[in-house]
Design a protein around this ligand. Structure first.
Ligand code: KG4
Ligand code: ZN
Length: 338
């Protein structure tokens, strides 16, 4: 198996990692959250500039921590899509330069492939086929992973992504950014049955795969209405109960679709990926329901749920083994299907 140095700069984390045999040798994640928090979300131009400041030292630090030299590295990988183009270009350009200077193959990686293969760090023996429930700030997808590079999207969100719903609900409750981890923490102190909320049914059968699609905008609106009603009572807002009820509803909606999809397609392993894979409510509920159906569920290690470069290295190593290489002319793309 290959030893890969991987760079991830698709959004607001500058990350560099070295991965060998589905094991992390070193992983650096420099988060810009504190910088973007004052704006309530990620500002693209600020993100690009910050990546430029950090990326070289992150590469040097990753190499030093690994104890390896350039001669030990088989390939250089970088996220090339989707994401903020200016941000992606920083990592991709750094990777191209390293590939050229050190005469190593370049491997461009789709960000979502990174999230899919993050669970290889939990179980290095994992192999496709499996179903991936990908739940991040930008995606809520059910992906049939047939083999590396061969994917079929079976379900998607019709509106907000799961992580986006967490972020928006946290914002309307004035809790800060990013909302997922904050709501997760508050939910542990609340009653998940305090307020019944709508799971967000998708009623219009468009495009064939509606059964596995999700929708979170109705749920978000329901939380807004609930909050407004509670505020009118003049009592302090029961934020913990709202967080717990919201989180339980998202967990139920995602679990229902993932389990139905796995059973329908005869897939006995569900691999979860993306920032929302860190959510304690989802982890617990999906695990419980899956075990009732004799399905296996795998989550990435907690610190590799949100954006990092180790997952990009894992995906790149799979491509490397298959003989895939990217040209030095490879461009960055803001949108690209997996
Ligand atoms: O995968 P990720 O780091 O970036 C994207 O590719 O989008 O995911 C970030 C998203 C954010 O929306 C964040 O609020 C959410 O993941 N998130 C969580 C948790 N940790 C991060 N959502 C729910 N519970 C968490 N513990
Ligand atoms: Zn991500």
């Amino acid at each position: 198996m290959a030893t890969v140095l991987a760079i991830e700069t698709s959004c607001d984390e500058t990350a560099v990692a070295i991965v060998k045999n589905r094991h992390v040798i070193s992983s650096i994640v420099s988060s810009q959250i504190a910088i973007h928090r004052q704006y309530g979300g990620v500002v693209p131009e600020v993100a690009s500039r910050q990546h430029v400041e950090i990326v070289n030292q992150a590469i040097a630090q990753s190499l030093t921590e690994s104890g390896l030299g350039w001669s030990d590295i088989d390939a250089i990988a970088a996220t090339c899509a989707p994401g903020l183009v200016g941000a992606l270009l920083v990592g991709l350009t750094a990777a191209k330069t390293l590939a050229l200077v050190h005469q190593k193959p370049l491997i461009g990686v789709h960000h979502l492939e990174g999230h899919i293969y993050a669970s290889y760090l939990t179980d290095p023996t994992l192999e496709p086929p499996f179903l991936c429930l990908l739940v991040s700030g930008g995606h809520t997808s059910l992906i049939y992973v047939k083999e590396c590079g061969v994917y079929e999207i079976l379900g998607q969100t019709r509106d907000d992504a799961a992580g986006e719903a967490f972020d928006k609900v946290a914002r309307l409750l004035n809790l800060g950014y990013p909302g997922g981890p904050i709501l997760d923490r508050l939910a542990t102190e609340g009653n998940p049955k305090a307020f019944p909320l709508p799971e967000g049914k998708v009623s219009k059968p468009e495009g064939g795969f509606h059964r596995y699609d999700s929708s979170f905008s109705g749920l978000k609106t329901a939380v807004l209405r609930l909050t407004q009603t509670l505020q009118q009572s003049g009592q302090p807002l029961p934020v913990n109960d709202i967080a717990a009820s919201f989180q339980a509803t998202v967990a139920k909606a995602l679990t229902r679709r993932a389990i139905a999809c796995a059973l329908d397609y005869g897939l006995n392993t569900i691999v979860v990926g993306g920032g929302v894979a860190a959510n304690s409510g989802l982890r617990q509920h999906l695990q419980d329901v899956a075990s009732q159906h004799n399905l296996r569920v795998l989550f990435p290690p907690m610190k590799f749920c949100t954006d990092n470069a180790a997952m990009i290295g894992c995906a790149a190593a799979e491509h490397f083994e298959k003989g895939h290489r990217s040209p030095l002319t490879l461009g960055a793309q803001s949108r690209l299907p997996v």
